[in-house]
Design a protein around this ligand. Sequence first.
Ligand SMILES: [Zn+2]
Length: 166
Amino acid sequence: MAKYSTGSGGGSAGGSCELCGAAGDTQTAEVAGATLDLCADCAQNHGESDQGPSGSDSPDDQERKRRAAQNTAKMQDSQSVDGSHWEDGADYDADQLPYLVSDYGSRVTEARQAEGLQTGELATELDLTEDDVLAVEQGRAVQANVKGSTIAAIEKFLDIELADSR
Ligand SMILES: [Zn+2]
């Protein structure tokens, strides 16, 4: 059983106000997101229930304001992320396929052949599937959902540039 009676007018032992400590009947009220047992005075002064004298801040209004504030914060977040997203962006962004140069497929094929490797051998070297390598060489990286990290591994291993970020 809860320490405090949560129903209004329980009237059994009575409680004490969690803000001012006054003994007597308490009522639950939301204060800054916490549910507290308050005396009538504190509930009126601090509570976010509809007992306030103003009556202008209905729960609906508060919810709307809160959401508006969250939306604003989100927009600011994504803007700041966009500014420097490649280095310290979210994890799932880091593996996105970069914008690739138009002839990335043939660049990979030529560089691989220059190394004397088959597609399967290159895949093994990079711990990729041969399908990934073939998809890249055939210019199907986007359609085949090849990961950004796969492109990066191929670039690094073959010492070529495939991302067209410049
Ligand atoms: Zn009080």
